[in-house]
Design a protein around this ligand. Structure first.
Ligand code: NAD
Ligand code: UDP
Length: 326
């Protein structure tokens, strides 16, 4: 198929938290964007600000089923997969199929169009890591049967398949291992820690810390992450090996809770419950590879990122209570 100078980019999971920001940035760069989403955890509302853009189209589709696109495609960002543990554990078989069969369908699409595919992989491929920070050469420590396995092993299987399509069939591929990323457009009921804590604090409800809160995560603001994904997509073919993308500042879950309480001025109580099975105890990316190969480094620290996310949820909650009054 004849390709024009304007890029056509497929974004699976484009109505989710990260995918919707990615679609917006790509439209801003003048790309045609085809958003594919089953809306299992995403919402059309996330695409609202640009849904009428002439270069944007939406297809409701589950990536576990093959898809053909009858126009040239240059790039495919494969983000389709629920990322919150609560959501991906709700239907483990479907989550596993989404990762493995979904990526196979997108690799087939990439091959048929001669398109480049970028996979949204995850720091979960490292499981509960024995080393901190995690480098891309670490093989990981993942429980094959645990409650997180459908996601962790699904994403690991996806990476294997991508590697094999690259080796055997010369498909042009990139793999981003994304560490915890947060920001506006996360669902209020997403279930991940940042939105849970902020919504709880703003509503004055108890904030629940799983375990003692000593487990750590590294939190990246969405804007930084999307910039990293786009640089990785644009990078040279030598960058087909996985690249960590995340903010290397590491915080305990308790520290995050206390920050959110302070920043919202909330009187919410901290309450504790059991740590979920296989919950990773440490998590911090080594981003040397991203710095060297992409010239990428995150710019937005935790205070600014939380401030912007709190402001977003505050506006959303105020809007909801106004509409209840009307
Ligand atoms: P999200 O749940 O907000 O978005 C995922 C999107 O994929 C949703 O719109 C959902 O409806 C769609 N989807 C899920 N299964 C699908 C299927 N079978 N077919 C079609 N669409 C489907 O999550 P997110 O935080 O935006 O994450 C996006 C991607 O990035 C995911 O692949 C996730 O694994 C990866 N990732 C995210 C993080 C993070 O911290 N946000 C960290 C590591 C990896
Ligand atoms: N967590 C918590 N309270 C919550 C949600 C999560 O203490 O309401 C903890 C969870 O046990 C984990 C960390 O916060 O240790 C990050 O959880 P999240 O679900 O955001 O992502 P994960 O990195 O575990 O996939």
């Amino acid at each position: 198929m004849l390709k024009t100078s304007q890029k056509t980019v497929v974004v699976t999971g484009g109505s989710g938290f990260l995918g919707s920001w990615l679609c917006e940035r790509l439209l801003g760069d003048g790309c045609r964007v085809i958003c594919i989403d089953s809306l299992i955890s995403g919402r059309l509302e996330n695409n609202k600000t640009y849904s009428g853009h002439p270069n944007f189209s939406f297809k409701e589709h589950d990536v576990i089923n093959p898809i053909t696109i009858n126009e040239p495609v240059d790039e495919i960002y494969n983000l389709a997969c629920p990322a919150s543990p609560v959501r991906y554990q709700a239907d483990p078989i479907h989550t596993f199929k989404t990762s493995v069969i979904g990526v196979m369908n997108m690799l087939e699409l990439a091959e048929s169009h001669g398109a480049r595919l970028l996979q949204a992989s995850t720091s979960e491929v490292y499981g509960d890591p024995a080393f901190n920070p995690q480098t891309e050469t670490y093989f990981g420590n993942v429980n094959v049967y645990g409650p997180r396995a459908c996601y962790d092993e699904g994403k690991r299987g996806a990476e294997t398949l991508i590697h094999d399509y690259h080796q055997e069939r010369n498909v042009d591929t990139r793999i981003a291992r994304i560490f915890n990323t947060y920001g506006p457009r996360m669902r209020q009921d997403d279930g991940r820690v940042v939105s849970n804590f902020i919504i709880g604090a703003l509503q004055g409800r108890d904030i629940t810390i799983y375990g003692r809160g000593t487990q750590t995560r590294s939190f990246c603001f969405h804007e930084d992450l999307i910039g990293g994904l786009m640089l990785l997509m644009a990078s040279s073919p030598e960058t087909h090996h996985p690249v960590n993308l995340g903010n290397p500042e590491e915080y305990s879950v308790l520290d995050l809770a206390e920050r959110v309480l302070r920043m919202t001025g909330s009187k919410s109580r901290l309450v504790y419950c059991d740590l979920p099975v296989d919950d990773p105890q440490i998590r911090r990316p080594d981003i040397t590879s991203a710095k060297q190969k992409l010239g990428w480094t995150p710019k937005i620290g935790i205070e600014e990122g939380l401030e912007r996310t709190i402001a977003h949820f505050q506006r959303q909650l105020e809007g909801q209570s106004m509409s209840e009054l009307i």
